[in-house]
Design a protein around this ligand. Structure first.
Ligand code: PEP
Ligand code: MN
Length: 686
């Protein structure tokens, strides 16, 4: 009890001084940020002014520390305060430059959880920075529900947590990103600060149970184990745990507390009994903002780029892929692997790097990366919200290093489209592994078999013949693109089954044509390589679908297609993410009638000059005549083709399809004998 209630408290004037200083601090901060915004407006108007000036930041920091120390303040403290202020200043300027939407647009963003959850807080914060438009945020029960709402157009964006600094990666969200065609357009780093919330009036001693999301319970291990006789109850999320205290009836839940955010406690009228509960001071969650369409951030913002890729399953292939980034001096910020459900013990790699897709160094690296991967999907470039521990900038916006490719401009990868031709500045060539066969520089591959699968017996005999000849892959059409609707159309699914069985018996990977989108699943399930025939080279809908599959595709040149058109057709496959594309020259239609088509041998060296993709030649459909097949095959090998696809039949006279051009078993052996010295002279492995 105060002995003399009227005497002035000696602390009062000092506290008043503190209150005045606080008020001034706020005013001074507001003044600083106002100036920062004006600088932002100038930068917005002039796209050439760099957004960030690392040298100026260093000068500011040096001055702060000098001034702080002169006034008796500790340097680490001053550095920490400045770091916060600079972060906020950068976010303000980035927001000014990036601000989208007009006053009329209403932007809807979904998150998992309910109001007061960390996801809801992060979503509200990020949206406020990104847009001037009116915004709404909606909570969904699961990550999957957010994904579905986004795909179906109910919301414009979905903000989902991908990793936590203590708990690590969030597998369900990563899976969602892998499985759907969504783009990452921003990220948010949220500082998780747990409090212990209770119904008003509850004391620590009343507590018997504390509920929260399991991850939050784990993060507060030390605190929880210090409480005797208090159990832990996992709950679906932190905000729901807080809300549940009210729902259960005030009296009943006086023995229970919830670990949640300060905001959730406030939202549900709860009292905060304790703060700073996590074992570690730093507890951050990284969220990504997903959208249906890619967005291109201002090139002056420090950015990150995310991608998914798969590499061949053989030694060194991942190192090779990662070396591409090292060589281009692109910094990796995250790498993770996800198992491929259909291919046990093979993995998809989830990689984030510093840099914008339009940075020459990164654009060049991505073009090179294509040759090391079997699949590459760019998820998007977006403003980087992570800072290094020293508070310094990511390198991302710094000028491209000297080693960057000199002419990547034409290959600038629009998010997430691909360069106009599957070319690469460094001229190295792709390698595609199919079973034991290797397509690419230094190798030669012979694919052979009948035009069509006609019966089980026929394809088994053909496989035996192919194996004995030294060819390493078996071809055979099950769906045949016949010029006449009255001609044999192929055995369809039955043919696919026979082909697969023959391939298995003779240990030969199989190649077969896919004619229509609806046949892709069946062909994928039966064959090792999918062929797009000459008549379908311009079937862009089919090419787009095949861009999404995870098997090599042989793309045949259309009968009246130029080399450039062939490359653009290949680009459909590549830009869909399928990098296992093999080009095939099979003759074009000219005024010459003595052959079925005119084999354009020159396309081989021309293509080698223009693209990194392997090139094979089909002399059979060019010749249309068995006697011409061998000389054309030899010419193709001599011109540098990476392989041949040649029609051969165990009994050509019985062939139901293209019988005039089918080699018989002896021809096939003779062709191989003639090819071997050419391939050997070139120093290639057969
Ligand atoms: C084939 O390979 O069987 C075929 C039909 O080839 P193209 O599409 O080149 O005519
Ligand atoms: Mn044929």
């Amino acid at each position: 009890m105060d002995p003399n209630p009227t005497s002035p408290d000696p602390l009062d004037p000092i506290r008043k001084e503190i209150d005045d200083a606080d008020r001034q601090l706020i005013q001074i901060l507001a003044r600083r940020f106002d100036a920062v915004k004006r600088v932002g407006s100038v930068k917005r108007a002039d796209a050439d002014t760099p957004l960030l000036d690392p040298e100026r930041e260093l000068r500011i920091q040096a001055r702060w520390i000098q001034d702080a120390e002169a006034l008796g303040l500790a340097a680490p403290f001053a550095r920490r305060v400045l770091k916060e202020i600079l972060n906020q200043s950068r976010r303000m300027q980035e927001a000014l430059i990036e601000q989208r939407g007009g006053p009329t647009a209403r932007i809807q963003c979904g998150y998992q959880g309910q109001p007061g959850s960390y996801s809801a807080l992060a979503a509200a914060h990020l949206l406020a920075h990104r847009t001037t438009a009116e915004t709404g945020i909606t909570g969904y029960a699961t990550f999957q529900d957010v994904g579905k709402a986004l795909i179906h157009g109910e919301i414009d964006y979905g903000l989902l947590p991908v990793e936590n600094s203590i708990g690590g990666s969030i597998a369900d969200v990563n899976r969602l990103i892998c499985d759907h065609n969504l783009h990452i357009v921003d990220e948010e780093i949220w500082q998780v600060e747990h409090v212990l919330a209770v119904l008003p009036g509850t004391r620590m001693a009343d507590l018997r149970m504390i509920r929260s999301h399991p991850a939050a319970l784990t993060q507060c291990e030390t605190f929880l184990s210090s409480l005797e006789g208090v159990g832990r109850e996992p709950w679906s999320d932190t905000a729901t745990a807080a809300a549940s205290l009210l729902e259960d009836g005030a009296l009943a839940r006086r023995d229970t507390g919830a670990i949640c955010s300060e905001e959730a406690a406030r939202l549900f009228g709860l009292e905060v009994l304790d703060r700073g509960l996590a074992d570690r001071e730093c507890n951050e969650t990284r969220f990504v903002l997903l959208a249906r369409d890619p967005e291109t951030p201002d090139h002056r913002l420090p950015c990150k780029t995310s991608m998914l890729f798969r590499v061949n399953h053989h030694e060194g292939s991942l190192v090779h892929a990662l070396n591409v980034f090292a060589a281009a001096r692109v910094n990796l910020t995250r790498i993770e692997s996800r198992p491929l459900p259909d291919m046990p013990w093979e993995y998809l790699f989830f990689v984030d790097v510093e840099g914008h897709l339009q940075d020459p160094a990164l654009a060049g690296a991505l073009i090179t990366l294509r040759s090391c991967c079997t699949n590459l999907r760019l998820l998007g470039s977006y403003p980087s919200r992570t800072r290094r521990q020293d508070g310094h900038l990511d390198q991302a916006t710094c000028a491209a290093p000297a080693s960057a490719p000199q002419e990547p401009a034409s290959c600038v990868v629009e998010v997430p489209a691909a360069p106009p031709a599957p070319s690469r500045p460094d001229r190295s060539r792709s390698t595609i592994h199919i079973g034991g066969a290797v397509l690419g520089e230094g190798h030669f591959v012979l694919i052979s078999g009948p035009c069509a699968v006609e019966s089980q017996e026929q394809i088994l005999d053909a496989a035996r013949m192919v194996r004995a000849s030294g060819a390493v892959m078996l071809r055979g059409g099950a769906f045949k693109p016949r010029t006449s609707p009255h001609a044999f159309q192929g055995l369809g699914l039955e043919g696919l089954r026979y082909l697969r069985e023959a391939g298995r018996q003779f240990d030969l990977p199989t190649v077969t044509e896919v004619l229509a989108i609806e046949d892709i699943p069946a062909v994928m399930a039966h064959a090792d390589v999918l062929q797009v025939g000459a008549r379908n080279m311009h079937n862009f809908a089919l090419l787009k679908e095949l861009g999404r599959v995870d098997k090599p595709v042989i793309l045949k040149r259309g009968m009246s297609a130029t080399v450039k058109e062939l490359l653009l057709a290949a680009e459909y496959l590549l830009s869909g993410g399928n990098l296992q594309v093999i080009l095939c020259e099979r003759g074009i239609r000219t005024f010459e009638t003595s052959t079925r088509a005119t084999l354009d041998v020159s396309s081989v060296p021309v293509l080698r000059r223009l693209t990194h993709l392997p090139i094979i030649v089909d002399p059979s459909h060019a010749a249309g005549d068995r006697e011409l097949v061998i000389p054309l095959a030899l010419a193709a090998a001599a011109a540098g083709a990476d392989g041949l696809i040649v029609e051969a039949h165990p009994r050509p006279q019985e062939a139901l399809c293209d019988k005039e051009q089918a080699l018989n078993p002896d021809d096939l052996v003779a062709m191989v004998a003639a090819l071997r010295p050419i391939v050997a002279a070139q120093g290639r492995v057969w």
